[in-house]
Design a protein. Structure first.
Length: 230
């Protein structure tokens, strides 16, 4: 099945160019376009795309605000999760942080190659996270110092991400978390990826260490979804 994409940009020429680029990929299908954040939310509700390619600087509701709204609405549905891939001409750390805090699954510069854009859409649709290589290192360096205690963790992670982190710290696999929270495994993978990004953790082990070191979880905490509940 094709990966469906909604293109959001306030410049028609940019939308047309991205549409043409993605049309050359057999497994990608552009199902709609929008020129503002408000239209992005409306069209996403109507079309249920797999991935929204979202511009940042737009009149009215900007891309970060639209992303936040779409991710919020994701929490009310279990059948189809819309993932947002931010696209911008601005190599701006604040934009990267704001977009990821809003729940975006990745960040891509508009000058990226056609192959990179197509690959980013595929990866994000599968629940992975995509970061522009020029932004990745600085992003981790910037986020990591923020997360030092329990207040930092709860301030950085959404309620669902905190729930997933507790389960990861309890030693549950993605499959076990999937069954316990009644989510798809791709959705669980997305949550884990965002936890790693937002906390500046290089892997699951580092995220678990941070959870204990910060006081977010404690060794004597009851194991969520213990054997009787699995």
């Amino acid at each position: 099945m094709s990966i469906t994409v909604l293109i959001v940009d306030d410049q028609p020429m940019v939308r047309a160019g991205i549409n043409l680029l993605l049309a050359a990929e057999e497994d990608l299908e552009v199902v709609g376009e929008a020129g503002s954040g408000d239209d992005a939310v409306t069209e996403s509700r109507r079309l249920h795309p797999d991935v929204v390619l979202m511009d940042v600087r737009m009149p009215g509701m900007d891309g970060v605000s639209a992303t936040r709204q779409l991710v919020l609405e994701n929490g009310t549905r279990a059948d189809h999760l819309v993932r947002v891939l931010i696209m911008t001409t601005f190599d701006d750390e604040d934009v990267v942080v704001d977009a990821l805090q809003a729940g975006a699954s990745g960040y891509l510069l508009k000058h990226a190659s056609p192959t990179e854009i197509a690959d980013a859409v595929r990866r994000v649709s599968q629940g992975d996270t995509w970061l522009d290589a020029t932004a990745a290192g600085r992003l981790v360096d910037r986020l990591h110092p923020r997360v030092n205690n329990q207040a930092d963790v709860t301030g950085v992670l959404s309620a669902r991400e905190q729930e997933v982190l507790r389960l990861v710290a309890a030693g549950l696999s993605n499959g076990e978390i999937r069954d316990l929270l009644v989510l798809s495994e791709a959705t669980v993978k997305t949550h884990v990826s965002r936890i790693l990004l937002k906390t500046g953790s290089r892997d699951r082990a580092a995220a678990v260490a941070l959870a204990y070191r910060s006081g977010f979880v404690h060794p004597d905490d009851p194991t969520p979804g213990g054997p009787a509940n699995r």
